[in-house]
Structure formats: C-alpha cells, structure tokens
Design a protein around this ligand. Structure first.
Ligand SMILES: [Zn+2]
Length: 192
C-alpha cells in the first residue's frame, strides 16, 4: 500500500475520533434511587460564566433545583428549598445552567411528588464541542483528498511511443531496452 493511502486512512480515523469526541464531550451520568421525600445533591465546581447542560430522566416526576453551596447546606438543615437558582418539576427535563460566579453548585433532585421510590439519572456535559467536531470533519476531508490524489497519481500511464525500432519500424518508447516486436536492442549499452 502506498504512503498516501496509509496517511489517508490514519487521518480519516483520527478525524472520526475527533468527531465522536466532540459529540460526547465530557459526558457524565449518575443514577440515584430516591425514597419518598428523598433528596440528593450532586455538586459541581463551576467558574463564573461557565455553562453546563444538564438532563434529568426519572421514572416519575421529580423536582430539580440548582443551588449554590450555602443554599444547599441551609436547605439540608431547615428543609427549605425555596432559595434556588433554578427549579422545575418533571420526569424528563433538560436545561443549561450558567454559573453567576465561581463556586460549587448543586444539582438537587428531590422526590417530593411520588409516594414510592423514584429512580432518576442525571446526565451532564458541556454539550457538543463544535471545535472538535469541525476539526474532525476537516481532517476527514483532507484524508479523502489525499486518497483521491493518491489514486489518481497511481493510475497506470502508458509510455509514450516516441521512437521507432530501427529494425522492424515498430513504434517504441525511447525508454525501452528492446523492441517488443522483434527483440532488437534499442540501446547501445544493452547486449544480447
Ligand atoms: Zn523491432
């Protein structure tokens, strides 16, 4: 196999990995089982202005809060969950949260709506990382170009019949040693 083909295949694989990596950028999931009235908070350190995309999928309605460190600690002590930055009740929800300042933020999932146990999964990530996806697509494109170029260059080009055999008059190439028709040497240095 030619170097061009090997380079092209390697590049294509790198490109696909980048595209996959960009699509699954930093995924994280945690599944929890909450008894009636149960609360679970998962803390994330976030810088000011940092945005995460969160998704909650549960087998029953849950209430999801986003709280800063202090509010969550207070809520655990006094049971007051009103001091939150986000609140939504649903079985399936997706939202993005941007940290107003540096700190630890809690995604709090509460089973306040069901008389039985609820299983909930929290997924988070930065969403699609488009720089990786686009870079991957460009790398794949370059790989395809290299492959096309390599295939076109490796095509057989017939020799130009730019000369004539001095013995039989057949059209020959000046790069040949013998006439293919009568086997006459076409170069002086070639001996029979
Ligand atoms: Zn000849």
């Amino acid at each position: 196999m030619s170097t061009g083909k090997i380079v092209s295949i390697l590049l294509f694989m790198i490109g696909i990995l980048l595209i996959i990596g960009g699509g699954l950028y930093n995924p994280y999931a945690e599944t929890m089982v909450l008894p009636p009235g149960g609360v679970k908070g998962i803390g994330f350190h976030m810088d000011a202005g940092e945005t995460h995309v969160f998704e909650v999928n549960a087998d029953h309605m849950v209430t999801v809060y986003v709280m800063d460190n202090q509010s969550f600690e207070k809520a655990l002590v006094n049971g007051n969950f009103t001091d939150s930055l986000y609140v939504q009740t649903a079985a399936h929800l997706s939202f993005s949260f941007t940290a107003p300042k540096d700190g630890v933020y809690y995604i709090v999932i509460a089973n306040f709506n069901s008389p039985g146990f609820v299983t909930a999964t929290l997924t988070y990530g930065y969403g699609e990382f488009w720089a990786l996806i686009i870079t991957g697509a460009i790398v794949c494109g370059v790989a395809i170009l290299i492959l096309v170029y390599d295939i076109q260059n490796s095509k057989y080009t017939p020799p130009t019949l730019d000369s004539q055999c001095p013995y039989c008059g057949a059209k020959v190439s000046s790069s040949w040693n013998y006439c293919p028709v009568c086997r006459t040497p076409l170069r002086k240095e070639v001996k029979l």
